[in-house]
Design a protein around this ligand. Structure first.
Ligand SMILES: [Zn+2]
Length: 288
């Protein structure tokens, strides 16, 4: 089971969210049969989406992160609800592993740096909120920080990590996001910087068995923290035949009439690979 915690400093100057998403990323890999580099890239984006979803206020609110970097992985998409339940996909799950000059999986190489990170929040209003920034690093955590700075004017620190076993199975996954509140004082940022200087990678903390709450307290050791809330997010898809029909409508009339030549069309959900069958009559009905 995955776990997420939201905490606030006792002096009210910052909040921190931390999540352990190992099971969610394991399920993502199982559904999409992702290559190691795609598992890490999508796992990081899904972890970020889960944490960013968990701060939404309305029960039916949702957030979508879309990364279009022009790299060989294609587009990466992650959607979360306000409990941090998340789903996602990558257009090329089989993207081949590539390594950077440190000998580590080159996530930025797979994602690409020539494009945008788009954040769409559906808050139940007439129009969704949309923020878009140019991709800065392609390593994802820096891009999330850059999104908060540019689109929401929120100074933040973000860490995301997915570690694989030698067999390429998921070992641990998780992340944290620290955000300064408008009440932050001049020395708050200095104190945060002191805290995160020389910090081990988030994957190391998770591999040492630290819980999200312990991670928050460890990362912000100079602050006294109080728990705001906790949740146990999952990889969850809310697809239905009706939703898949709506997606089919975007293909347009000609394409649908073409599909109606087959007695039966099978359509699978992008997020969970569940298959839905449509008869020629049903497709014709949609074409209308
Ligand atoms: Zn689905």
């Amino acid at each position: 089971m995955s776990e997420l915690v939201r905490m606030i400093s006792a002096d009210g100057t910052l909040t921190v969210i931390a999540a352990e998403t190992t099971d969610i990323v394991k399920k993502t890999k199982r559904i999409h049969r992702t290559s190691p580099i795609a598992t890490v890239a999508l796992g990081r984006l899904i972890t970020a989406a889960s944490m960013m979803g968990a701060v939404l206020k309305g029960k039916d609110d949702s957030i979508t992160l879309r990364l279009n970097g022009g790299g060989p992985a294609g587009s990466l998409i992650a959607v979360s609800d306000s409990s941090g339940n998340v789903r996602g996909y990558v257009s090329n799950p089989a993207v081949e592993d590539m390594f950077n000059d440190k000998g580590r999986l080159d996530i930025a190489g797979a994602v690409g740096k020539d494009g945008t990170l788009t954040v769409m929040k559906d808050l139940g209003l007439k129009e969704p909120y949309i923020g878009q920034i140019p991709i800065l690093s392609g390593e994802i955590a820096e891009d999330i920080t850059s999104y908060f700075a540019i689109s929401e004017q929120l100074p933040s620190v973000c860490a995301l990590g997915v570690a694989l076993k030698p067999s390429s199975a998921v070992n641990v996954a998780g992340g944290f996001i620290i955000q300064l509140l408008p009440t932050a004082m001049d020395d708050t940022i200095d104190k945060v910087e002191e805290c995160i200087k020389g910090l081990e990678p988030i994957t190391q903390m998770l591999a040492n068995g630290m819980t999200p709450e312990e991670i928050c307290r460890h990362v912000l050791s100079k602050f006294e923290l109080e728990v705001l809330d906790t949740s146990t997010p999952e990889y969850k898809c809310n697809c239905s035949k009706e939703r898949v029909s709506k997606a089919l409508l975007t293909l347009g009339r000609d394409e649908l009439l073409d599909m109606a030549n087959d007695p039966e069309t099978e359509v699978s959900c992008h997020f969970c690979e569940k298959k839905y069958k449509f008869t020629a009559d049903e497709i014709k009905e949609l074409a209308k």
